[in-house]
Design a protein around this ligand. Sequence first.
Ligand code: TEU
Length: 546
Amino acid sequence: MSKSRWWESAVFYQIYPRSFLDSNGDGEGDLAGITSRLSHVSDLGADAIWLSPFYTSPNHDGGYDVADPRDVDPRHGTLADAKILFDTAHQLGLKILVDVVPNHFSDEHVWFKAALKSPKGSPERARFHFLDGKTPTTPPNNWISLFGGSAWTQVDDGQWYLHLFDSSQPDLNWESEDIKTDFEKTLRFWIDLGADGFRIDVAHGLVKENITQDHYDPQGLSNALRLDVEMSAEARGKLLASVPFFDRDGVHEIYRHWRTIFDSYDREIMAVAEAWVHPPERATLYVRPDELQQVFNFDLLVARFDDREIFDCIDRTLTLIGGVGANPTWALSNHDTPRLVSRMGEKQARAMALFTYGLPGAAYIFQGQELGLPDADLLDSDRQDPAFFRTNGVQKGRDGARIPLPWKGENSPFGFTTGKPWLPIPQEWATKTFEKQSGDGSSSLEMYRELLKFRKGLNPTTSLSRTVDNLTWTERPNGSGLIAYKRGNTEIILNTSDSAIELERTGEIVFSSELSAVNSAQSASSDNSTSRKIVLSPLTAIWVVG
Ligand code: TEU
């Protein structure tokens, strides 16, 4: 039986379970809440959901600190609730990705507790990275945690354990057979429950090299590998490009093995790698034919609203990912990065969505992105992200992008919970609720619904976003702010500049990111000839057909 490559051009909607919908009034979202509102996702036009972790966890890093990867945290429900959620999603035609977190466990995982009780050199410690320090009071090397501070924490008998993230997230040793076997069990567990695939957390981090040595950044950005200072996303990316704990060649062997597990099922199981790698060529290694099906493209997730930057990122991605016969992925925000509206501005965010989600490949949408939510300003006393605490507040952290969704009503918490939400929902979001936006043609929600319909409907026979081959650039960056590409008979045009741009086109504008939609995307036929003048407003994208 041939399997369907359902993920190639699918729209994935990322659900952050804590913040989707709370069904029992404890202030945190749960699986039953998600199940009750899955119709929102299918009505939007998505094809799949990606569920961020809902596993047993002390929740020091939003559930990415997993204490039992094969059970549901009581805050989120039960395994039976997970099964109901999966079945309901399938009934609505939605595929399901679950998050797998193979770089680390929580310090509350039974194996870590056993390691702490076991002596140096024991098999229990060999599942993690326990080492003696350089001196009794100095860690084994100078590696830093991505959340700030040293990547090592000392235990009672003087040894140190490695944690690239919070000290409650001890890194796993992938040379341990126990770890390999345990993850195989976890993958099969969720597939058997009905999952259709995985998002692989920190996919580039599993193999560590030169763990007994200090690392000095060859680019001189920092000789102590400090991330607990303010720096641009670009500088941070460069700094992380050279570290001996990311993107080592050894990780690929793990994914080749995982692929054999996926392929052993009679339905198509896929995975997307969260791999922040540099240079971008390195990303292609994760999607070779015998490895994973997708890798996130993080360039667009941090790009500025700039014609050259957007063009370069898309063009490079199409060339590189297409070059290894894989399909690209496009994400504009997630639970780790500032929301699109806060990163670019409201108008720009709409235009960016229209431009990006016409591209070939898979589209990822982070919950609330369709509502045009910005990041919320939080009081420091409300913050929960370990990155905030470990950098003594230098990094504000990611909580602003993780605020619970506003569903209905005039007052916060807008139907998210009957209790006190785990992060406060700004009262100003009264205008941004799902209820207010539904049916309002100028709303972000209706624009996304329309967009996903266009994405599917424009080219129904050969799915619009099927391959990278059928895209032609019709406008390359020339300093004016204009860029455009054509797929079939649809041209998608973006104006990143502050000035209107005049164009001659034969086709009709069918869709615009401007608030008052098609009407204000002035299109006037000057005479009866086939070509007409289009005035493309500033910071706007349009779809032109014909
Ligand atoms: O993120 C991995 C990662 O590299 C990013 O954490 C990024 O560098 C960081 O968010 C910037 O502050 C994944 C998850 O998406 C994230 O939520 C987890 O905190 C992290 O792994 C640890 O599991």
